[in-house]
Design a protein around this ligand. Structure first.
Ligand SMILES: Cc1ncc(COP(=O)(O)O)c(C=O)c1O
Length: 449
């Protein structure tokens, strides 16, 4: 009999089902109930569950090296992973620094940016500009560079006073404008902010190319990131693209930034990099950044005990190989189109679905009280969270994100992002379950169609 009760859970008054087995796109609990994973956990299990080549790779590496500290050794697993991960990245993103997750990756990217400037005699450049609708992790630096109100508010005295600018989010434009007449004013805001802070004080701008949980797969207008790239280069501000959630194949391209032909200075990865099998994150640095480290200090003053861990790297190599061998990177585009088509067929005319957005296998629904005015439900109702709970009862895993965001009014988002291995029939089943869950929830709340 499983002894439960000594875990410090995320929610103390909730009874968690025990996940005992995973296979394909399904998780099973201890009662034998099957859950179709419509969100890859939190956009993590890109290759699905139970891939034996990953398990074998982990076992083999655990027996082979087990552990080798990064200040003394490199390993075959780490070298191979770095070669694979950088090979597919935009040109110039050639050097990988491996960590244990997305927060560590973004925290590290910020440190790397500051040390890069210091080595060029620009020590005054320390500020990081972030965006309001964003999430970069749970550490104090990453919270400081993002706008998630709920996650920030209890630590406000400890957070750094980094400037935050509006993110491009056309469904609810911060300026109340419409694209393209807006002239991408949200990108111009970056230049204004750099000038207001003084370019000599700004080290980096960090942004999710496609906003993940803070705005449920909000894709920017195509001109946004090319303009951001120009502004960053002009003011010697590094562009950090946080692709922890939106990258690594999920948007239909390897990275999201390449959708607009942009190359960042530092890109962070996480989630899908380990595929759920191991905790994994990475900073992929442009060779121009690496050159400055080589030519000056020859050292990055940073480090974690488990950085570049060989067992984790071997697992991530196996995940990456599986993605390539099964041609899963290539499948995201067509499967994403099918998902989008089916979501539109099911919800385009739904009175409480205000917006269907996203690209590839990263889609979002925004639930609203009134479709024409875009008025949201009363936040106290937690409509999206209730849909998520009902979906779980129906055997479907969805994701609602990280709670209220920088928006003044919390919104109801559902993120849909199944494993890349999902079949056409499973996409249809997922949408059916989602539709049933939405109707049941609205019915319970007295908002039936
Ligand atoms: C865009 C983004 N960046 C960073 C993180 C933090 O990653 P982790 O939870 O692995 O620390 C997340 C997690 O949800 C994320 O969505």
């Amino acid at each position: 009999m499983l002894k439960k009760g000594h875990v410090f859970y995320r929610s103390q008054n909730k009874d968690y089902p025990v996940a005992v087995r995973g296979e394909g796109v399904y998780l099973y609990d201890g009662e034998g109930k099957r859950y179709l994973d419509g969100s890859s956990g939190c956009l993590v299990t890109n290759i699905g569950y139970g891939v034996s080549s990953v398990a074998e790779a982990l076992k083999n590496e655990a027996l082979k090296t087990g552990y080798a500290h990064g200040s003394t050794f490199t390993t075959e697993a780490q070298e191979e992973l770095a070669a694979l991960v950088t090979e597919k990245a935009p040109e110039g993103l050639d050097y990988a620094y491996f960590l244990s997750g997305g927060t560590e990756a973004n925290e590290t990217a910020i440190s790397m940016a500051l040390q890069y400037h210091m080595q060029r005699g620009k020590s005054s450049k320390y500020k990081v500009i972030g965006r309001r609708l964003s999430y970069h992790g749970s550490s104090f630096a990453t919270l400081s560079a993002a706008g998630n109100v709920e996650r920030r508010k209890m630590y406000s005295p400890l957070l750094m006073n980094f400037p935050l600018i509006p993110a491009p989010h056309c469904y609810r434009c911060y300026y109340g404008l419409s694209y393209p007449q807006c002239g991408i004013i949200c990108a111009e805001e970056l230049e204004k902010t750099i000038l207001a802070e003084g370019a000599d004080n700004v080290a980096a701008f960090i942004a999710e190319p496609i906003i993940g949980t803070s705005a449920a797969a909000s894709v920017p207008p195509k001109e946004y990131f090319p303009r951001i790239r120009e502004i960053c280069s002009k003011h010697d501000v590094l562009l950090i693209c946080d692709e922890v959630l939106c990258g690594y194949g999920r948007p239909g391209s390897y990275t999201a930034q390449e959708l607009w032909g942009v190359t960042s200075d530092l890109t962070t990865l996480g989630k899908g990099l380990g595929g759920g099998y191991i905790p994994m994150g990475a900073v992929i640095a442009h060779k121009d950044i690496h050159d400055v480290f080589s030519a000056n200090w020859g050292k990055f003053y940073h480090g974690y005990t488990y950085q570049g861990n060989p067992v984790s790297c071997a697992g991530a190599v196996a995940v990456h190989r599986y993605l390539r061998e099964q041609k899963l990177f290539e499948q995201v585009g067509p499967k994403g189109e099918l998902l989008k088509k089916n979501l539109h067929a099911a919800f385009s005319d739904h009175p409480h679905v205000g917006d269907i957005r996203g690209t590839g296998l990263l889609m979002g629904l925004e639930l609203v009280l009134d479709r024409s005015s875009k008025e949201s439900f009363d936040p106290a109702l937690s409509v999206a969270e209730k849909v998520r709970e009902t979906a779980l009862e129906e055997g479907l895993i969805t994701y609602t994100g990280v709670g209220p965001t920088a928006d003044i009014i919390p919104r109801d988002y559902l993120v849909i992002g199944p494993p890349f291995t999902i079949s056409e029939a499973e996409i249809e089943m997922m949408i059916q379950k989602l539709a049933v869950s939405l109707e049941k929830t609205l019915m319970k709340l007295g908002y039936a169609k």
